[in-house]
Structure formats: structure tokens, C-alpha cells
Write a new protein. Structure first.
Ligand SMILES: [Cu+2]
Length: 291
């Protein structure tokens, strides 16, 4: 009789222990990733590193963004005194996923008031985007709900001046389950890789008619939203303060190894310098292109 009771008690204890283990396993503490843009500075020489940083699996992504004055070199020997997020123009790339909590702490280390405006956030502007005085900071949190390529910028008047001085950066929000197509993240690429470009037009005042000379976009996601996909596009207009995602393939039997200028097809702006070059592979005839 006694041994039967004991057995029952032991079984009961074991049962309770097992449920505790199951409950513990079901609860997973959220992963937090802290990124301080004072410490993670993007390479700007010999050219601004345009690689999209990989997105982590952290549920909460926390960014410390210092605002500071910096000397910016826009061409060899051509410098200007910039106002920056994190010391570079554009500022650091923020890469998150739909569903992530994004924590932002902006610290104004410059001698004048500034602010920040996240196009990817749904948040009361008077709280998050208020003026940040010198030595002051602003902290807020939002959930990334909308996939896309978005602009972040200073919204302090005169906004055109703050943008001109360099106060903008991109935030890329991946769809929860990825883009559905696989892409290489490098811009100097191996032949045949699919390439994805996240284009943000920081303006301040004009459209950017994004076009790659010698390629056609297989897909364009206006605003960077995969639900808006267009196919086989030659040029697509990115509005001032907007963004879009472009995909193309530098295919062996089509746009293979070579040099591809990317431009705004508003050529008045392209002629002022809104151009760049994509190098695919190691083309031999560097000198024969006169576009
Ligand atoms: Cu500003």
C-alpha cells in the first residue's frame, strides 16, 4: 500500500517536472542585436561600399545613431563639411525584417539642432521626429510592418539644406519570408548572378529615373514592396523621398561581362554627376565605352 502511494507520488512529481520543461521550451527570450553606428563605420574609400549588410535573426534590432559634422570627400581631393548620421554620406544602411522591433537612439553630437524621420515607421511624428538639440537625444521604437526600401532623413527646416549637407540613409525592410528569389549581395559580381539594387532617392527635390545602360530590369518593386512587382522594365521613376527595389541578371548570353553605367535618365541630373558604374566580371575593353 505504502509503495503504491509512493509510486503515485513519484509519477506526479515527474509529471509536474515534465510540464515545467515543456513550458520553458515554449518560451524563447527575444534576441536583441545592438548596433552602434559610432563603431560600425562603413568604408567610403576608394568608393562608398554599396553592399547590403546581411540581416540578422534578432527579434529586436537596436541602433545608436550619432549625428555629427564630418569632412566628406565626394571625389579625389574634393571635400565639403557635411552634417551626417554616423559620419558618412549617406549614413549607415539599416537592414531589418518585417516583424522586427526596431529601436532607435539618435544622439546629437553636433553644434546645431537636427532630427530624424523614418519613412519605414508608423509612429507619431511629434514624438519620434521632434527636434534634437545639441547634446540631446531621442529614442523610440517601432515594428517594421512594411517591406521595402525606405529613406531616413533629417527633417529640420530648411530640409533641403539638411539633405544637401548629407543627412540621409537607407533602411531596407525584408519581407518576412524573404524576397522569393535568391540574389547575390555583391555589386561587383560573378557572371549570371542575379543582382538586387535598393535605390533610395534622398532628393531633396527631384525624381530619380533609375536606369542601367545595357540592362533591363526583370523586376521592379515600387516602394520596395514585393506585392507591387512590375516585370521587364527599362526605367523606373523613384520619387524624391521614395525608394524601390530593382532586379536584373547579368547573364552570359545577354548583359554579360562588361561595364554598365547606372544613371538617372533625367539627364540634366546625370550630367551633373548622378551616375555610377557597375562592373561585371573583369572586362578587357575598359577604354572603349563612351556613354
Ligand atoms: Cu539636420
Amino acid at each position: 500500500m505504502i509503495s503504491k502511494k509512493l509510486t503515485f507520488a513519484l509519477v506526479a512529481v515527474a509529471g509536474i517536472a515534465a510540464s515545467i520543461v515543456i513550458l520553458t521550451a515554449a518560451y524563447r527570450a527575444p534576441k536583441v542585436e545592438n548596433i552602434d553606428f559610432d563603431k560600425v563605420v562603413r568604408a567610403t574609400a576608394p568608393a562608398y561600399d554599396a553592399t547590403l549588410p546581411e540581416v540578422s535573426d534578432a527579434d529586436i534590432k537596436s541602433f545608436r545613431i550619432p549625428i555629427k559634422n564630418a569632412t566628406i570627400e565626394i571625389a579625389k581631393g574634393v571635400k565639403y563639411d557635411g552634417w551626417t548620421f554616423g559620419g558618412t554620406v549617406p549614413g549607415p544602411v539599416i537592414h531589418v525584417r518585417v516583424g522586427d522591433k526596431v529601436r532607435v537612439n539618435v544622439v546629437n553630437e553636433s553644434p546645431m539642432p537636427h532630427s530624424i524621420d523614418f519613412h519605414a515607421a508608423r509612429i507619431p511624428a511629434n514624438v519620434a521626429y521632434r527636434a534634437i538639440n545639441p547634446g540631446d537625444s531621442v529614442a523610440f521604437e517601432f515594428e517594421a510592418r512594411d517591406a521595402g526600401a525606405y529613406m531616413v532623413h533629417c527633417g529640420t527646416p530648411p530640409v533641403t539644406m539638411h539633405l544637401m549637407q548629407g543627412m540621409y540613409l537607407p533602411i531596407i525592410v525584408d519581407p518576412k519570408n524573404g524576397w522569393g528569389t535568391k540574389a547575390d549581395k555583391e555589386f561587383v559580381i560573378v557572371q549570371s548572378d542575379r543582382v538586387r539594387f535598393y535605390v533610395i532617392n534622398a532628393g531633396p527635390s527631384f525624381n530619380s529615373d533609375f536606369h542601367i545602360v545595357g540592362a533591363v530590369f526583370d523586376r521592379v518593386y515600387p516602394d520596395g514592396n514585393p506585392d507591387h512587382a512590375l516585370s521587364d522594365v527599362q526605367t523606373y521613376m523613384v520619387p524624391a523621398g521614395g525608394g524601390a527595389v530593382f532586379e536584373t541578371v547579368f547573364d552570359k548570353n545577354a548583359s554579360g561581362e562588361g561595364l554598365y553605367p547606372f544613371v538617372t535618365h533625367s539627364f540634366a541630373d546625370a550630367e551633373k554627376g548622378a551616375v555610377g558604374i557597375i562592373q561585371v566580371g573583369t572586362p578587357k575593353k575598359f577604354t572603349t565605352m563612351n556613354h
